[in-house]
Design a protein around this ligand. Structure first.
Ligand code: SF4
Length: 216
């Protein structure tokens, strides 16, 4: 697995984001992503067994996006994307089973989405997820970060579940890992409601690191 942080280039302003805009869109050792992967590709070293993850930034708005995907050849990509932009290169990878799309929605309604993401893009994001899911739903992971007092109500979870049923192969649940002390009884009840609902719907889920990870 090779991780590539997108240098903080992003069109959202999530309330929990720590991506740094000071980073440059380069590999950590200062080498250029496109040059390095083009060289690997030309040497026949990239296959679907090579796994590259785009994270920490939005690849959909990266100025070198097309070149970067082209340089990756047949490598498998795991894309942490906000899905505000429909990316043809991701769609193409999905068609061949060489991509996993991971989008953190953290909301089930337009208003809460805007509050968490700093952008009024709920409809656009849901539409793009539907387009990706139409290609390969099993490769779409939707994430929900529980934010106390913001998205821990049954209405938010019901809205999130609806889009999960339409578009998600799996779900990832997390608490707000930087401030676990803020979790309330309402947040824990919402978390339990989410789990029970996912199980009722038969949707696969996993609990990632955070205050919920050791709780049934
Ligand atoms: S989409 Fe990702 S990189 Fe962009 S602001 Fe949100 S958390 Fe940060």
């Amino acid at each position: 697995m090779i991780n590539f942080g997108g240098g903080g280039i992003c069109n959202f302003q999530c309330c929990y984001c720590i991506a740094s805009a000071k980073n440059k869109p380069k590999l950590q050792n200062g080498l250029d992503f496109v040059q390095v992967f083009s060289a690997y590709n030309q040497a026949g070293m990239l296959s679907e067994d090579i796994h590259v993850q785009f994270n920490s930034g939005e690849i959909g708005v990266h100025p070198k996006r097309a070149e970067m995907f082209h340089a990756l050849g047949d490598a498998t990509v795991s894309v942490l994307t906000n899905s505000s932009v429909y990316v043809p290169e991701i769609a193409e990878k999905l068609r061949y089973g060489d991509a996993i799309v991971n989008t953190s929605l953290d909301a089930g309604t337009r208003g809460t989405f805007r509050r968490v993401k700093g952008t009024d893009a709920w409809e656009r994001v849901c539409d793009n997820l539907r387009r990706y899911a139409a290609i390969r739903k099993s490769s779409i992971v939707l994430k929900y970060i529980f934010l106390p007092g913001i998205n821990d109500t049954p209405a938010e979870i019901d809205g999130f579940l609806q889009i999960c049923k339409e578009t998600a192969g799996a779900v990832q649940l997390s608490s707000e890992i930087y401030h676990p002390e803020r979790i309330t009884g309402a947040t824990r009840r919402a978390f339990q409601y989410m789990r029970e609902s996912l199980e009722q719907e038969g949707i696969l889920y996993r609990i990632s690191a955070g205050a919920f990870s050791d709780r049934k």
